[in-house]
Design a binder for this molecule. Structure first.
Ligand SMILES: [Zn+2]
Length: 265
């Protein structure tokens, strides 16, 4: 074996194989985003349409932290009037879907490189699209990133300063502020999120969070159940007001996924 490893031709071959493997990995990830999206929408669709075969004629949707794929599926299934996707700094593969979708659906899809917190850019987008308030706002695996509170990293607090690189920061989640902001721009907020029953988020890769901790979820549920109507799809269909906190707690313990929608009462 040693002899052949040194053989220049074999080295070339190994290099080329490694390149192919990397390409294959990229294709696999691309495909994964289409299948993940499909799986997610099979749950989320019930939060758009309350009754079987409900249509979304004339409705508008804002997809925050869009994967660009789900809007296409939603357009094909429900044909709303418009879906605007803002990427929160994640995906940027929207232009092709935007152009090609015109052949398949009457829904107008538009994707923008924009964050929900970038007020100026977001205002311009709404102006350009002629939308004052969206009928639906979709947060699919995005709620956890909408962190606005001060950094709660103990080290940083001790030094009263955060490093320039925000990787080790842990911004707080402020449910009252976030939902107030969301309802300024939308009528029904749909949340789809992974649920990890941990006390601490040990997966934080940057200030805006790896996942919401159990305590953060408790704060969110407390806040939104007081002010809004909250209906769950997953783990099962129920209204948040009709359950006691202990019931919800035990239900969520066995759960890895959450999907619910929130409306003003
Ligand atoms: Zn910090």
């Amino acid at each position: 074996m040693k002899k052949s490893e040194k053989h220049p031709k074999n080295e070339d071959l190994v290099e080329r194989l490694l390149e192919c493997e990397k390409d294959l990995e990229d294709y696999r990830n691309d495909l994964q985003s289409w299948t993940d999206s499909l799986r997610e929408l099979s749950v989320i669709k019930d939060a758009f349409a309350i009754r079987e075969n409900d249509r979304l004629d004339g409705k508008t949707i804002l997809d925050i932290g869009t994967d660009c794929v789900k809007p296409l599926y939603i357009a094909l299934k429900f044909e709303p009037k418009k879906i605007i996707g803002i990427n929160e700094g994640f995906f940027s593969m929207g232009s092709e879907i935007e152009a090609q979708s015109k052949l398949l659906t009457r829904t107008k899809l538009s994707f923008y490189d924009c964050s929900f917190f970038d007020e100026e850019t977001f205002r311009k987008i709404r102006e350009k699209e002629g939308i004052d308030k969206f009928d639906f706002i979709l947060l699919s695996k995005t709620l956890l990133h909408l962190r606005t509170g001060e950094c709660v990293n103990e080290e940083h607090k001790k030094n009263r300063e955060c490093p320039k690189d925000e990787k080790s920061c842990i911004y707080g989640f402020e449910p009252d502020k976030i939902f107030k902001d969301l309802f300024r721009h939308g009528r029904r907020i749909i949340v789809y999120e992974f649920f990890d029953p941990n006390e601490e988020d040990d997966d934080k890769v940057r200030g805006r969070g790896g996942y919401l901790t159990k305590n953060e979820w408790n704060d969110i549920f407390k806040e939104i159940s007081q002010k809004y109507a909250v209906n769950f799809i997953i783990p099962q269909k129920f209204n948040l007001k009709q359950k006691r906190p202990e019931e919800i707690d035990s239900m969520l313990k066995k759960q890895e996924l959450l999907c619910f929608y929130v409306e003003e009462t």
